[in-house]
Design a protein. Structure first.
Lengths: 175, 175
DNA sequence: CCCGCCATGTAAGGGGTTACATGATTCA
DNA sequence: TGAATCATGTAACCCCTTACATGGCGGG
């Protein structure tokens, strides 16, 4: 049920249409949860049926206007209750780790290049996170402390990947 | 399809029954991929139908003996081909990160305790990984280098979580 | 003998991914 | 006006999770 609560959080931060939500999941919310637009539309429908959100009434309906949703009080209550729930960390599932393990049995051919490719992806992601941090959380302490904390999580996660993949690159042949 | 390849890897390392596999997924293989016994039985059936593994013939069938499977040449080929495939990293999905983000909207009540609980879980996991490292990969360099690398990944991942959750504990009220 | 654990499964449902469909807007 | 893009969806499939079922075996 995490996706519904991610959407509620995003809509509380700012009422949005489905596609706007999808874009925001690619950015800030996406540090710790990702979603495609198909998932988002489905969950928006469910949330509306459940009476947790509603379509925002538009002041002067222009043609081609997108639907936007806002959170109802019941939705805020549900989110507050969910935040207080206890939930174990999800088990990690990473195919590249599995490939390294499998390579111990069937050979490492091609893996060095794949590790380099992942390194580049994680470096790019880290650079994006750091740019967001520099822009939204200047050293003067403005900006929401909790949102900064979550962003720090994304940054440190990418830093972990880069460190580990660098070790992997050093230990693989052809690397 | 990663689970099937995880099972092939595990069976190449050592032919096993379904339940033995489930146990091994709780330990070594599980650093980067987890699976329940239900998933494993289902995939074992598929792998056998596909001709990638077979039941191990038993020399002297004792009563109550468990089925054990071994990888056939076609299975090894499939695994080798999979290792050479390219696959993007999976997006992270962590409910606790989401809760912190949601807490910025609806309040942090109860979150400090949850962060402490996760901290304890990750510290325990890290201790287990480090015990395995000390046992299986002594400083003399014996032990498979790739398997050690994968274990290092698990260790560094847990280290990341502990670092980040410690920061979170410092920044949350009631902490 | 009975209870609990071991071992192998089945069933139902939730969630995520990929591919496709449809109408509207924008731009060359 | 035709192509590309925006925006909102539908459908099918796969994978994972949770709960339950069944039979054998082992110890009190």
């Amino acid at each position: 049920m995490s996706l519904q609560h991610a959407i509620l959080t995003a809509l509380l931060e700012k009422p949005s249409s489905g596609l706007e939500l999808a874009r925001r999941f690619d950015r800030s919310i996406g540090y710790f949860w990702s979603a495609t637009h198909q998932q988002i539309y489905r969950e928006l429908g469910k949330l509306e049926s459940a009476g947790l959100i509603r379509e925002l009434p538009v002041s002067q309906p222009a043609r081609g206007q997108r639907k936007a949703y806002e959170v109802l009080p019941a939705g805020r209550d549900e989110l507050a209750a969910w935040v207080r729930r206890s939930e174990d960390p999800r088990p990690l599932r990473d195919p590249l780790g599995l490939r390294l393990r499998a390579a111990a049995m069937v050979g490492t051919e091609g893996l060095a290049a794949e590790v380099q490719r992942h390194l580049a992806l994680h470096r790019k992601q880290l650079a994006e996170f750091e740019a967001i941090e520099a822009r939204d959380f200047p050293a003067d302490g403005s900006g929401d402390a909790l949102q900064h904390l979550v962003l720090r999580g994304g940054i440190e996660m990418e830093t972990f990947w880069i460190k580990w993949l660098t070790e992997a690159a050093e230990r693989l042949p052809e690397g």
